[in-house]
Each structure stands twice: as structure tokens, then as C-alpha cells.
Design a protein around this ligand. Structure first.
Ligand code: SAM
Length: 284
């Protein structure tokens, strides 16, 4: 089914109205159980407009007609609505701070409490670059601790295709721009133009498909990385998610947000700031 079979008119799109967005949201909600209402409207409108142009539809009504008839377009829209940009050691200074100021304290506390494991969680993990960076950091700098106490890294995302990429653990050079030559040689194998993570790192991360809006399904954690994901949600949903994250974290546990994200509303009362620049917070 092509757009042309719905309606042959193709014209430049004016801005998408709230009603038009709601119509697209209804179709995606019904056919894919994807809830668009939790994301920022401006962001959703921009992404829908991009799909509409690519599908050569001249109006939202025409695009909705296409959406009702094409599984492929539903896939493409859903993919366009979630951005999967990431790379290894994104914002390296945050990983430095984890290494120097956060992880030593978490391992000490776990050891004193005779905890069974240290639980680390990456939400909105995209292609796995972030949880694997954490795994490499642990292998590089916390070898003794991870031999003494098991570490579980759980990583999740809403998008099945991006999780499949994450599980493969295979990347193009552009994802490794912050990875030194030494680390590349130690933790990746270069095959047919791609960098494949060694099994020892891949095995440290367990991936699952979860919706960040349902944090009650996530395990209790000592450290949660939720970076560059919250930014796409509307403020009400951000507050709800942050309160959910607070529920996953025991007092003393750590939350890390992305550089352009911050604690909002009522959720602020659950945390004290460790580093404003790196968006690192401790659960009170
Ligand atoms: C820009 S990436 C962030 C990747 C990584 N955290 C980083 O900072 O490099 C945002 C990710 O959030 C995911 N995402 C969007 N909505 C989500 C939801 N409702 N639940 C879980 N993940 C979601 C997207 O699929 C995407 O992979």
C-alpha cells in the first residue's frame, strides 16, 4: 500500500494541529499500544511531519489512511518517534565521576551490608552503548570488587529493534569515538569493518524490553542511568517517571540523568545533588 493509493495529492505540509496529532496517536495506540500522549507534543509533531514527508503524503488525513493500511508505515513511524542516538562513554566526565566518586562508595556499602550483588540499571539504553560502557569501566577499574561481589547490569528500552542491535554488540566506528585505542584492542574485535564486543563484556549485560513509564516492573537498583530519554516526555510524565525511579532506589542509591535533563516537581524531594554538571543525584 502506498500513499498514492490513499490519495494522490502531495503538497507541502502546514504545521500539524493538536487534533491531527491526536488522530495519529489513536491509530498508533490502537494498533501498537504505543502511548504518544506521554511525549512532548512539539517533538511528536516534528517526528510525524518527517514521516509524512518521507511517505509523500499531502495531509495528515492521507497519512492516517496510509497508517491504517500499512504495517510497514506503522513500524517506520514508531521508529521515528524514538531517537536511538548514543555512543560509548557519552559525556566521558560523567563516567570519570562514576569511577572516582560513585562506584567505590557503592561497592563499599554493598560489602559492608554483605549484599548479594550490586545492581546497575540503564533505562532507555538504545543500542547498548551505555550499559556496555559501564561494563568496560567495571572490568577496567573494579576488577577486584566484581570478583568479590557479583554485578548485574540490567538494560532496557521500549524499542525491540534497537535492543536486538544491543544484544549483537556490534558497532560502527562512529559509536566508538570516545573509546581509546587501548580499550578498543582489549574489548572489541574488528571484523569486516565493524567493532564486535568480546563475549566477556556482552555477558555482563542483560537486556529487556520495558516501558520507562512502568517503573514498577524494574528491579530495585543501586545505580540507575536514565540519560537523554526523559527529555522527550512531557513534564507531567517526567515527574511521574522520576517518582517511579525514586521507588527503584533505596536511600543512598544513585540516579544519573542526561546533561539536558533535571529533576522536576515533586520528584526533587527524593534526591540530593552530588554533581549538578554531571546530573548525578543521591536518593535520600
Ligand atoms: C537518545 S536514546 C538514549 C540512549 C542512552 N541512554 C544515551 O544517553 O546515550 C533514547 C532512548 O530512549 C528510548 N525510549 C523512548 N521512549 C521510551 C519508553 N517509553 N520506555 C523506554 N525507553 C524509551 C528510545 O527507544 C531510545 O533508545
Amino acid at each position: 500500500m502506498t500513499a498514492g493509493e490513499c490519495n494522490s495529492t502531495t503538497m507541502v505540509m502546514a504545521e500539524i494541529s493538536d487534533e491531527e496529532l491526536a488522530e495519529v496517536a489513536t491509530i498508533l495506540g490502537m494498533r501498537r499500544s504505543f502511548d504518544m500522549s506521554v511525549y512532548k507534543d512539539t517533538y511528536m509533531k516534528r517526528r510525524v511531519a518527517i514521516r509524512l514527508r518521507s511517505a509523500r503524503c499531502g495531509s495528515v488525513a492521507e497519512y492516517c489512511c496510509l497508517l491504517r493500511q500499512s504495517q510497514q508505515e506503522l513500524d517506520l513511524l514508531q521508529k521515528a518517534l524514538t531517537i536511538h542516538v548514543s555512543h560509548f562513554f557519552r559525556n566521558p566526565s560523567m563516567f570519570d565521576m562514576l569511577r572516582q566518586q560513585v562506584l567505590p562508595g557503592l561497592f563499599d556499602a554493598a560489602s559492608k551490608a554483605k549484599a548479594e550483588s550490586v545492581r546497575l540499571c540503564c533505562l532507555g539504553c538504545a543500542g547498548g552503548e551505555e550499559p556496555y560502557s559501564l561494563a568496560i569501566l567495571l572490568r577496567e577499574h573494579f576488577g577486584r570488587q566484581i570478583r568479590q561481589i557479583p554485578v548485574r547490569i540490567i538494560a532496557s528500552d521500549i524499542d525491540a529493534a534497537t535492543l536486538a542491535t544491543a544484544e549483537r554488540g556490534e558497532y560502527g566506528e562512529e559509536r566508538l569515538k570516545e573509546v581509546s585505542q587501548e580499550l578498543r584492542e582489549r574489548y572489541f574485535r574488528f571484523q569486516e569493518g565493524r567493532f564486535r564486543l568480546i563475549p566477556g563484556i556482552r555477558e555482563m549485560v542483560a537486556f529487556s524490553r520495558e516501558n520507562i513509564s512502568c517503573t514498577d516492573r524494574y528491579p530495585a537498583s543501586d545505580l540507575v542511568l536514565c540519560r537523554n530519554t526523559l527529555i522527550y516526555f512531557n513534564r507531567l510524565e517526567q515527574e511521574k517517571i522520576l517518582n517511579g525511579l525514586a521507588g527503584m532506589l533505596a536511600p543512598g542509591s544513585i540516579l544519573v540523568l542526561g546533561r539536558s535533563e533535571t529533576l522536576v516537581g515533586d520528584a526533587r524531594r527524593h534526591f540530593v545533588t552530588i554533581s549538578l554538571a554531571e546530573r548525578i543525584y543521591r536518593r535520600v
